[in-house]
Design a protein around this ligand. Structure first.
Ligand SMILES: [Ca+2]
Ligand SMILES: [Ca+2]
Length: 273
């Protein structure tokens, strides 16, 4: 900058004359006497004379010496205040963001299922009933037993020689570090003894119904007498993947077994980096 400013008038020297003349000829010397005077001195008479340049053009040099070097760049801004002391070390990168950020980060837990307790209207919202008797929708208020949460529950089984199948498909958020399912189940059966005749499953499968991990394996040999809570953290969080929470059942030809489900939660926890 300073070089340009100083050099300009010198180079223009030869032209400076005509410029000067023009300026004078225009007669308006009233306009900018101080500037013309200065330029005229530099350009026309003195030519490359350093002495003249020094005072006039160097006036701005105040920029070089005082402002740039001493005050702003070196002393105040760069070294002392901004870079070293304040910003880098104390405030932002090291101290606050990283250290404090880690401490302050709170994992976010999101419930992924739509209509997790089966109670939303219209009935069955969010769930896909694949195999069932149309006379007996799987999400129902029918009183095989009272719901864990009213008015609806999922009721699979209870029919001879029949299989039921339903699921809800969700996309697990990217960044999920923990995936947990919890809910309530109940099993009622006409069977007795330890031989298994009827079965029910709750499982996590992929979008092609390939098994990812089982949650519950229920049978006619292990009935319950009340709603029973369950909870499982999946071995993998399946971050970013499309998964299905799938309920199935099979009954043989006699002595029906009913598998009830209610009040689900499928929780994805997105941890801190
Ligand atoms: Ca319910
Ligand atoms: Ca049976």
């Amino acid at each position: 900058m300073s070089t340009a400013r100083v050099g300009a008038p010198r180079v223009v020297t030869s032209l400076g004359v005509s410029v000067l003349l023009l300026a004078c000829a225009t007669g308006g010397s009233s306009g900018d006497p101080p500037v013309d005077a200065a330029v005229g001195l530099d350009g026309a008479p003195t030519d490359g004379a350093p002495p003249t340049d020094a005072p006039d053009v160097d006036a701005p040099p105040t920029t070089d010496a005082a402002v740039t070097d001493a005050a702003v760049t070196d002393a105040a801004v760069t070294d002392a205040a901004v870079t070293d002391a304040a910003v880098t070390d104390a405030a932002s990168p090291d101290a606050m963001v990283t250290a404090a950020g880690t401490d302050a980060c709170t994992p976010i837990t999101t419930q992924l299922l739509i209509n997790p307790a089966f109670d939303n209207e219209p009935v069955g919202t969010g769930w896909t009933q694949v195999a069932f008797d149309p006379s007996y929708p799987l999400i129902t208020p029918d009183d095989g037993i009272p719901e864990h949460t009213a008015p609806y529950k999922a009721w699979l089984g209870g029919l001879f020689s029949f299989s039921d199948d339903m699921y809800q498909q969700v996309t697990v958020p990217a960044g999920t570090t923990m995936l947990v399912v919890r809910g309530q189940y109940e099993v009622r059966t006409g069977e007795s003894g330890t031989t298994v005749y009827d079965r029910g499953w709750l499982e996590l499968v992929n979008s092609s119904n390939g098994l990812l991990q089982g949650v519950l394996t229920l049978t006619s040999a292990t009935p319950t007498t009340a709603w029973t809570p369950f909870q499982l953290q999946f071995a993998s969080p399946y971050a970013g993947q499309v998964v299905r929470l799938r309920l199935r059942s099979t009954n043989d030809f006699s002595l029906a077994t009913s598998f009830y489900f209610d009040s689900f939660q499928l929780e994805a926890t997105i941890g801190c980096p």
